[in-house]
Write a protein that binds this ligand. Structure first.
Ligand code: GDP
Ligand code: CA
Length: 327
């Protein structure tokens, strides 16, 4: 059986680690199912000449056992000698944390990209070391960068790289708009489109609906592939009650006029029978009384991914809902 999931960084990575764990315990035809992961690359940024792919790396490190678990991103047992030296030279930027171990990943990636490898092949090569147990694919081999339009002190529009807004400014200035530079020209790879078409189930983990899942959907062809796949599409809400579980997804949702609630996100994704993306939707137990759009089957479960077992239970529930929808 084949499972395909779209993902951002921390929310998606924790869900996928749970999914892999869940599949180990399954005794039916889903035991040993292949997992293909389509990762957001619109958060990518070039720093000190190095190409950094935060979401792909978060998934790779989380599933490969190298993640700093409490933090949710970056490497465990990290040191910061290179960053300290760069600061001593007063070479900016100083707001994006790059640990020594992490930098090695970016050096390998940058070197291979410069030698002409595609990001898909570079990612596969990095994964030979990490053995994440999933096939990790970038959404596209073409560069896409999310930029955020904010207002400066005089009220004029100013565009920042997503990471400048998210990490440096902690999303303090209200986002007016998200612009996905390069997305209109970027092509999905054949591998990505095949994975969506040939899948038995497609999962949308609890990733940021705007700058993670939303960015992936900016690539022409990926949305269509999701809408037309024969596989049921099941999403998991990243919002519990009226707040994101981690991070500032509310600042992204309000910029596109979507409320911060499980129901509003489901409404934004829409029902597949009405040209949207979802057949099934998992919400937290406290959101059980809210409703998804007509045509979307909703179930409620505890959705907090604290331990791996919690994420495994959520992934199991998403898979069970998908199996129910296949019938
Ligand atoms: P990012 O790229 O690192 O921001 O990660 P993602 O886009 O994959 O995930 C961010 C989203 O994950 C946020 O909107 C969070 O609300 C959501 N999230 C994080 N932890 C949990 C959790 O334990 N449960 C649920 N349901 N969502 C979570
Ligand atoms: Ca991200």
């Amino acid at each position: 059986m084949r499972i395909t999931a779209l993902t951002g960084g921390i929310g998606g990575a924790r869900f996928l680690r749970g999914l892999r764990e869940h599949l180990r315990t399954r005794a039916d035809t889903w035991a040993g199912a292949d997992i293909t992961v389509i990762g957001n690359t619109a958060d990518d940024i070039t720093l000190f000449g190095l190409r950094v792919c935060p979401d792909l790396d978060t998934v790779m490190y989380t599933l490969g056992g190298g993640i700093h678990d409490e933090q949710g991103w970056g490497r465990a047992d990290e040191t910061f000698n290179v960053s300290t030296e760069l600061a001593a030279y007063e070479v900016p930027p100083d707001w994006f944390t790059l640990g020594d171990r992490d930098i090695a990943t970016h050096i390998v990636r940058t070197q291979m990209l410069r030698a002409g490898w595609s990001l898909t092949d570079v990612t596969a090569a990095l994964c030979t070391r990490w053995q994440p147990g999933v096939r990790l694919l970038p959404m596209s081999d073409d560069p896409v960068e999310t930029h955020v339009v904010v207002l400066d002190d005089s009220g004029a529009r100013e565009a920042l790289h997503f990471q400048e807004w998210w990490v440096r400014e902690q999303a303090k200035r209200t986002a007016q708009e998200f612009v996905y530079l390069g997305a209109a020209e970027a092509k999905p790879t054949a591998t990505v489109l095949d994975a969506l078409r040939d899948s038995d189930v497609v999962l949308l983990p609890p990733s940021n609906p705007v700058v993670s899942i939303g960015a992936i959907l900016q690539i022409a062809g990926i949305g269509d592939a999701l809408r037309s796949t024969a596989a049921p599409v099941v999403g998991v809400s990243p919002i519990i009650g009226d707040a994101p579980v981690r991070g500032m997804a509310d600042a992204c949702l309000s910029a596109i006029g979507v409320g911060t609630s499980a129901a509003a996100v489901a409404g934004h994704y829409g029902a597949r029978i009405a040209g949207g993306l979802l057949d099934g939707w998992l919400v937290a137990e406290e959101d059980a009384s809210t409703s998804a759009p007509a045509g979307v089957i909703q179930r409620s479960r505890p959705l907090l991914m604290t331990a791996i077992e919690d994420a495994a239970a959520i992934a199991g529930a998403a898979l069970d809902l998908a199996i129910e929808l296949r019938r």
